[in-house]
Design a binder for this molecule. Sequence first.
Ligand SMILES: [Zn+2]
Length: 308
Amino acid sequence: VTTEERILADIEQNSEAWENLLVLADDIGMRVAGSLGEIQARDFLLETFHRYGLDEVRLEPFEHMAWEPRKERLVIASEGEREIACRCSALSQSTPSEGVEGELVFLERCDAEELEVRFAEVKGRIIVAPYSPFARQLKTPLAARYDAMALLEYRNYAGQLQPARTCAFQSYGDLPVASISFEDAEYLKRLQQRRGSVRLRLNLDSHVERKESWNIVGELTGTEKPNEYLMIGGHYDSWHVGPGAIDNASGVVAVLEAARALAAQRQQLKRTARFVCFGVEESGLVGAWAYTRDHADELDDTLLMVNN
Ligand SMILES: [Zn+2]
């Protein structure tokens, strides 16, 4: 029986992946960076690394801008204050407490080329543009540069919620940004065609404060080359809109399961296997960047990174 066959048989018979997923997604649920769920997940992962017998189990702290949407409200002012569901984008600017009100303008991409042509329509207005294809974190500074009042992104496909996203990586957004569903964008398009102009009012309280987060690290020390590393990682934070079962509890339980199964075969590991559950991925890969800073002198000796 080869080592690989032993590992596969162990996983088939003894996998804890499903139970770990239930803890992260059902019991803890939402794990947005800066929340109580994030701390509960951190403690669970730390304890699980200990329970699986990893070496050097530790928290590696770093700072980040923890973001919390405290108010998210969008109304069609010109339709009797009719409300439309919206989601504040991570690290968005807040509006003044009374909100910002302006006429909407639909753009196809909200990229530099289009804004250059349509700058006169954009100034002082609320841009409504699709979530893709134009890179999400680039729309925000461009819309701000052309003096838009706010930016609303809509889902490109029917049957899904308002997309959650970060409007500016590792900095504050340059203007208020929120997202709406595909269906509500279609409704706004119909209204604009029938009424000629549509006025929206957006009210966002996007609270940001510096907080500490953590990468959770554990290892199986190599028997021959302990200073060479093979890494397996995944991020454990989620968005605020749900339990993040797929994104990324599923990836984290794969990291845990690899740790559990490889720990049973640790005498076979010539190099050090390092397992990392990264914090604060969603608002800009903050934990991953912190890792590369903290481990700069080991990167040349890191031969492989499997990201789940
Ligand atoms: Zn993710």
